[in-house]
Design a protein around this ligand. Structure first.
Ligand SMILES: NC(=O)c1ccc[n+]([C@@H]2O[C@H](COP(=O)([O-])OP(=O)(O)OC[C@H]3O[C@@H](n4cnc5c(N)ncnc54)[C@H](OP(=O)(O)O)[C@@H]3O)[C@@H](O)[C@H]2O)c1
Length: 218
């Protein structure tokens, strides 16, 4: 089950990488922070790794072809890239809005666009959106809108790919412990309730569906 994890430097991507590696899957990892990415690679058997930035959309689209070349093919893709942003809509600056849309919507779309032609029947992509798609809170209009745009795009792509036997999964992860909100690109988070356990949540909401009934190990 040759797998690419994009956003492997983050909490969710890091847990997904560790889980896939422990299951014996050959993994390739991509992330922005070069030092943390090298560490993730070391922890996963010195696996192939590549630095990228979400603003380089062509680079995002090139990640799956790179992983397929590195691993001799590609069966699974995880996209766990994102950044939070807070504030009433009229107080969020345009640069921050562009940032939220690029990192949370355009970059994941570009990664998936690059992966689709490489995945064969039985292949799968899992993209982390979030519970905000179903229940967008006040003070998160732009973050929630970016995730909702991504979710709509994934819904259409999933229908397009069904006949090919490629699964496209929208992972509406609940709020987790781990400080994602504190790393916001703009604004300050409201007081949030305690989050769910990250390890258990990644296994339940991401890894289990990704591997799925057709997730034969290879
Ligand atoms: N944690 C939660 O409670 C929660 C709940 C629902 C959904 N989600 C979603 O899950 C995803 C991952 O969240 P997380 O909790 O793992 O957050 P995280 O630990 O902050 O990880 C975020 C990831 O996105 C990457 N990233 C951010 N800006 C980037 C950029 N400009 N270019 C390239 N990569 C960039 C980070 O790269 P570097 O670290 O290398 O900079 C990191 O790999 C996000 O899409 C988030 O919206 C999270």
């Amino acid at each position: 089950m040759r797998s690419l994890v994009v956003g492997a430097t983050g909490m969710i991507g890091g847990l997904a990488t560790r889980s896939l590696h422990r299951r014996g899957a050959p993994v390739a990892v991509a992330g922005r922070d070069a030092g943390r990415l090298a560490e993730r690679s070391r922890q996963s058997g010195a696996c192939p790794h590549r630095v990228f930035d979400a603003y380089d959309l062509d680079g995002c689209e090139g990640l799956a072809p790179w992983a397929a070349r590195s691993l001799g093919g590609l069966d699974r893709v995880v996209v766990a890239v994102g950044v939070a942003g807070f504030g009433r809509a009229e107080r969020v600056g345009e640069a921050a809005v562009e940032h939220l849309m690029t990192v949370n919507a355009l970059a994941p779309m570009a990664v998936v666009r690059g992966a689709l032609p490489l995945l064969e029947a039985g292949g799968a992509v899992a993209v982390v959106t979030g519970a905000v798609v179903d229940a967008p809170p006040q003070g998160m209009a732009d973050y929630a809108a970016a995730k909702a745009a991504l979710a709509t795009w994934l819904k259409v792509v999933a229908r397009e790919q069904r006949a090919r036997g490629v699964r496209v999964l929208d992972v509406r992860m609940p709020h987790l412990e781990g400080g994602f909100a504190a790393r916001a690109v703009t604004g300050s988070p409201p007081v949030l309730p305690p989050g769910a356990d990250p390890v258990a949540s990644v296994e339940r909401h991401l890894i289990a569906p990704l591997i799925g009934a057709t997730g034969r190990q290879r």
